[in-house]
Design a protein around this ligand. Structure first.
Ligand SMILES: Cc1cc2nc3c(=O)[nH]c(=O)nc-3n(C[C@H](O)[C@H](O)[C@H](O)COP(=O)(O)OP(=O)(O)OC[C@H]3O[C@@H](n4cnc5c(N)ncnc54)[C@H](O)[C@@H]3O)c2cc1C
Length: 397
């Protein structure tokens, strides 16, 4: 038997691609290395409202509505940026992944659990994937392969592709603790909280998720445990960590790869994550839509250009957003704690800028922040930022 499409990875992006392709009558199989969909979990599950407007996603998996955040400087000053209405949601990520997979199955997509793709051979009109299932190797034939195996890129590394550095992360689910505001995330910047990223506290059901990502040369647990000792103990004497889990986050921009003759890559495997926040679900789903549309055209007329054009099309659709976040991440990572404190001080005295961010800021489309530039340039303290402009220009290179 030859499948039209085999998707490697049953995460939200792979399953959503499976859902779309099965709906388009593409004979689709998803390989998932674990025995359950959605587990082990690694993610916070924050997703922009745009995702629910644009994609057919299960609303019942939303557990919290968010309207903004409290952004803390290294010295402890905070900027509160809160909209009047929700701008994103926190999902039950396990349920989210499972429900999308159920929708995919109902549409006709097949799943093979405990099945890890480990290699591939190409033949004239199909490819054969080598798949490890409980210690045995099986062979699966397909016309097209869509890799949605997440940030580790295990299969891609096996077939010789490189993987860029990434951040390591750790998250605790903590019960009996309230966030500062049930409609906002708390984000902590500075060298005490993280190296190379930030630390977050987010509402999650009636608990909080405390999380961090750091450069891999640091231990995320040290930062989280310090935070509990120095900050959270002020809020609650006893801290109950119900669950701890981690993962890796690619933040060095999209890969833009096409592997001839028939391998497309999507989601975290393709680096479709915002470098500022690590969020990858939204652009992963967008990538899945584009991939399936190109695969459908390829299966109709056999023209390989539909597949090889896929990286260009994703770049056209959201490449600008991803590159912008990469520049901002490079800029942020080149600032020291004093630079960050200065930026906070200037923003704090400028109500217009904060209002512009509240009005136009968009967690998915972060280029919207450019709208603050006119206010920033005319701000009376703009000259204080001049030394940082050189650093910003360097981030563009
Ligand atoms: C701590 C943390 C917090 C995060 N918070 C957010 C957030 O709030 N919002 C957001 O948008 N994003 C967040 N992310 C990123 C988000 O988790 C990913 O962008 C998202 O899960 C990407 O989905 P995916 O389907 O591409 O990959 P994954 O969800 O990683 O799914 C890949 C699947 O492929 C399977 N697999 C791997 N290799 C193979 C193989 N060779 N064969 C078969 N199966 C394989 C894996 O078991 C997994 O099920 C966070 C990440 C981390 C680590």
């Amino acid at each position: 038997m030859i499948w039209d499409l085999v998707i490697i990875g049953g995460g939200p992006v792979g399953s959503y691609a499976g859902y779309l392709s099965a709906k388009n009558n593409i004979k689709t199989l998803i390989l998932e290395e674990h025995d359950k969909i959605g587990e082990p979990i690694h993610c916070l599950g924050k997703l922009s409202i745009h995702a629910f407007e644009e994609f057919d996603l299960p609303k019942e998996t939303i557990v919290n509505d968010l309207k903004g955040g409290y952004f803390f400087s290294p010295s402890g000053e905070y900027l509160k940026l809160k909209k009047d209405s929700s701008d994103s949601f926190i999902l039950d990520r396990i349920l989210f992944d499972k429900t999308i997979a159920e929708k995919a199955e109902k549409s006709g997509c097949s799943y093979s659990l405990n099945s890890k793709a480990i290699g591939v051979n190409h033949y004239e009109n199909h490819s054969t994937l080598m798949v490890e299932e409980k210690g045995k190797t099986k062979y699966i034939n397909t016309k097209v392969i869509l890799v949605a195996e997440g940030a580790k890129r295990q299969f891609l590394r096996k077939i010789g592709l490189k993987t860029r550095p990434y951040l390591v992360s750790l998250q605790y689910e903590i019960s009996d603790l309230n966030p500062l505001d049930k409609e906002c995330v708390e984000v902590y910047f500075g060298s005490n909280y993280s190296q190379g990223f930030f630390l977050w506290v987010s509402p999650f059901k009636n608990m909080v998720k405390l999380g961090i990502a750091v450069n891999p040369s640091y231990n995320p647990k040290v930062f989280l445990d310090n935070f509990i000792r120095n900050k959270l103990k002020e809020r609650s004497e006893k801290i109950y960590i119900e669950k701890a889990y981690g993962g890796i986050i690619p933040i060095f921009g999209p890969y833009e790869e096409f592997i001839p003759p028939n391998i497309l890559i999507v989601g975290d495997s393709a680096g479709y994550n915002k470098s500022t926040t690590g969020g990858g679900i939204y652009f992963g789903l967008k990538g899945a839509e584009i991939a399936v549309s190109q695969i459908k055209k390829y299966l109709e007329d056999n023209s390989i250009s539909h597949l090889s054009n896929y990286p260009k099309l994703t770049k056209k659709s959201f490449g600008k957003e991803l590159i912008f976040t990469k520049i901002v991440r490079k800029f942020l990572n080149s600032l020291n704690d004093n630079d960050l404190n200065l930026i906070w001080a200037i923003l704090k005295e400028n109500d217009e800028i904060l209002k512009t961010i509240e009005k136009h800021g968009d967690t998915a489309y972060q280029t919207s922040i450019i709208k603050i530039f006119p206010n920033l340039i005319t701000s009376k303290n703009f000259f204080k930022l001049l030394p940082l402009i050189k650093t910003f220009v360097k981030s563009l290179l």
